[in-house]
Design a protein around this ligand. Structure first.
Ligand code: ATP
Ligand code: MG
Length: 693
């Protein structure tokens, strides 16, 4: 051990309750919240429903600790996302001033990362390790997979994504591979031994190359705390108080970390709501909340029952929704926010009508004075906003998307669009390259050669056919030539050309997709969706231009000060909306098979998690809640084991009774059918005039 000086920390003294001389900010709390913010001397568990001020209480507790003499940098605040931590800390700063900036805050993973850079070297982990993201980790898993040779012999051997998924689940849930295979992938049970070998290979390669994956971050932190007493003492000695928000969504490793950090002194506060636990699929466990008092002796439990977020009609709806949950510990909520309209339950004829309703209503509310940033559209899965994203772009309504890629950025959607693009513009080199690289047998070199040869032939329509491929690429070349010929034949006049084109591309592309993924279904569903959207456009060109109007991407995570000023609508998966609130919330696709997702049906636990997720989504609304469902979706949907197009089972009779049923009028015209107005101005002339020409 290096010679480390002992560090002296003043002991935490019990601070007498100061209710009479409470700092101003405690006035903004009700008595239970105030107890949560100021209780000292024992571990603290705050369990309470949505919108009861749990996060607010935590913010005030941090402020209170600082005002009571705890040094800010000796407080650790753990949250689910970095965004959440930043937001809470800026609220702390508003309460206590600039010193609040020194509070240590972030996610478990972020904190683990910082610690490992410092303490890793003393435990055999070189400090210059690099972190692999999920895609890197999957690729490294692939190296071991290829090396083992089993995959080549067995066509049905799990793909790299599955191998990595299982590994990650094993680390986070502490369930054995054997158990996980039986539970989730019975078709791969026979490969248990091979999978374990590939994991060993993966672990070895990580170590040889000084790489650390996301799961290692938590695992190494846990191991440092449990296996290296000296280091553990130094790490847990860094903070006097540990506070955790959204505790219902932490996993077994995270609970061990907290025991390592605060088990000895008990100055720990966790806050959560079992009714909002929505990450079991990633290994989170509600047991963490239930077992907390047992793990931290002397725990004081504070409950909150007053909801401050939503109006009474919205709360009545969400209370009813969650009252159906099989198990529940937190109580029914009350609100003092009387008045307001009932949540709307809006039946739309189809997706296009749902989209128009949402866009129309957003613009109306905006005209009434509600900023766009006070509105959100939520959905179960990222791809469900595809049609809406295109419509918002068309109407120039700016939006950020949280959770899930923007639909048009998904690799498989881009792949299919690349085919349409080269048909429209045979010189689109980028799209050619993308397509060629998809084809088995064609690599970088052949792709470049093919593009060069087409350029030499001035990109004429038969140019690709005349390119002479190397032997390895002959099959791919032939099938691509065939497909392109098929695509060049025009459609029948009343047929949708674009959607037919996509169907033809998919005759080839779908099998590439199935080759590549063990679970191709969600991606295939995206392509179904793309086909349906395309059918609404009169021509390929109209379709491609509409989607090119998509506003620039990648704005979502640039958390800068300017962002807050921007008046931007939020589109979010229900998962990513956790902890947030908006004046106006739309929940779209409240359809069985969509929400709950088809794959959750038939599994009681998963269905319960979906119900809690819908509770999370609907409890984000302060003043207006709109739940919409298209009466008919497309019949190409996969998986025939559930009824098509039924209203979500969670919106049963009792829940519907708390809502206002709304049908949509017929006076709307599909976007694509709008005829362009007659030419009345000359834009070029206007522009010239502007500069005095
Ligand atoms: P969730 O379960 O969704 O995370 P939460 O329990 O963390 O919700 P908060 O987000 O802290 O709830 O609070 C919900 C809303 O109620 C916020 O706008 C908050 O400012 C407000 N609020 C909470 N407590 C009070 C209070 N005592 N007085 C006034 N407003 C309050
Ligand atoms: Mg909260």
């Amino acid at each position: 051990m290096p010679d480390v000086p002992r560090v002296y920390h003043p002991r935490d003294r019990d601070i007498p309750a100061r209710s009479e001389h409470a700092p101003d900010h405690l006035d903004g709390l009700n008595p239970e919240q105030r107890a949560g913010a100021t209780a000292m001397g024992s571990p603290l568990l705050i369990v309470a429903g949505a919108g009861t001020g749990k996060t607010r209480t935590l913010v005030h507790r941090v402020a209170y600790l600082i005002e009571s003499g705890t040094r800010p940098e000796r407080i650790l605040l753990l949250t689910f996302t970095r965004r959440a931590a930043q937001e809470m800390l800026s609220r702390v700063e508003r309460l206590v001033g600039a010193q609040g900036r020194h509070v240590q805050g972030g996610t478990f993973h972020g904190t683990a990362h910082r610690l490992l850079r410092t303490f890793g070297p003393a435990a055999g982990l070189a400090s210059d390790f690099s972190i692999m993201d999920q895609a890197d980790a999957e690729d490294l898993m692939q190296v071991g997979r290829a090396h083992s040779g089993v995959a080549a012999k067995n066509k049905r051997f799990p793909k790299k994504e599955t191998l990595h998924y299982l590994y990650s689940r094993h680390v986070n849930t502490e369930k054995s591979l054997h158990h996980l295979l039986h539970e989730e992938y019975p078709n791969f049970v026979e490969y248990e031994e091979e999978i374990a070998k590939i994991w060993a290979d993966y672990t070895g390669r990580k170590s040889d190359r000084n790489l650390v994956d996301y799961d290692d971050l938590l695992l190494f932190w846990t191991l440092l705390l449990e296996q290296a007493p000296d280091l553990a003492a130094r790490i847990s000695g860094l903070w006097d108080h540990v506070l955790v928000d959204e505790y219902q969504d932490t996993n077994a490793l995270q609970s061990r970390i907290l025991r390592g950090l605060a088990g000895a002194h008990g100055r720990i506060t966790v806050v959560g709501d079992d009714a909002q636990s929505i990450y079991a699929f990633r290994g989170a466990t509600i047991r963490n909340i239930l077992d907390f008092p047992g793990q931290f002796p002397g725990t004081r439990v504070v409950t909150l029952e007053q909801n401050y977020r939503s109006t009474a009609p919205i709360l009545e709806c969400t209370n009813t929704l969650i009252s159906r949950a099989r198990e529940r510990y937190t109580k029914e909520l009350r609100t003092a926010r009387e008045g307001g309209e009932k949540p709307w339950l809006v039946a739309a004829r189809d997706e296009a009508q749902q989209t128009r309703f949402v866009a129309d209503r957003i613009l109306e509310l905006h005209e009434e004075g509600i900023p766009l940033r006070e509105m959100a559209v939520l959905f179960r899965a990222g791809y469900m906003s595809a049609d809406l994203e295109i419509e918002l772009a068309r109407r120039k309504i700016p939006f950020d998307k949280w959770g899930g890629l923007r639909f048009l950025e998904a690799a498989h959607v881009k792949d299919v669009l690349a085919f349409l693009r080269i048909l429209e513009n045979p010189r689109d080199e980028v799209s050619w390259y993308r397509i060629l690289m998809l084809m088995p047998g064609i690599g970088e070199q052949t792709a470049r050669a093919a593009i060069g040869s087409m350029a030499d032939m001035a990109w004429t329509s038969g140019a690709f056919g005349r390119f002479a491929p190397p032997p390895r690429a002959r099959n791919a070349h032939a099938s691509l030539v065939q497909l392109l010929e098929l695509l060049r034949v025009g459609a029948a006049p009343d047929d949708s050309q674009v959607s037919r084109d996509i169907a033809r591309v998919r005759q080839m592309y779908d099998s590439l997709l199935r080759e590549k993924y063990d679970r191709p279904e969600p991606r295939l569903a995206d392509l179904d969706q793309l086909q349906v959207i395309a059918a609404g456009y009169p021509s390929r060109q109209a379709f491609l231009s509409a989607i090119a109007l998509e506003p620039p991407s990648g704005t979502q995570d640039l958390a800068s000060g300017a962002d807050e000023e921007d008046d931007v609508l939020v589109l979010s998966t229900a998962h990513s909306a956790k902890g947030r609130e908006w004046d106006v919330v739309f929940l779209i696709w409240a359809v069985d098979g969509y929400f709950p997702m088809a794959r959750a049906l038939g599994d009681a636990d998963e269905e319960e998690e979906e119900r809690r997720l819908m509770y999370v989504a609907t409890t984000r609304a302060r003043n207006h809640l709109f739940v919409t469902y298209p009466l008919q979706a497309y019949n190409t949907r996969r998986g025939a084991d559930y009824t098509l197009d039924q209203l979500s089972r969670f919106l049963d009779r009792g829940v519907r009774d708390t809502m206002e049923r709304v049908a949509l009028g017929e006076n709307d015209v599909p976007a694509a059918e709008l005829a362009p107005p007659p030419t009345t101005v000359d834009l070029r002339a206007l522009l010239r005039g502007r500069f005095g020409a």
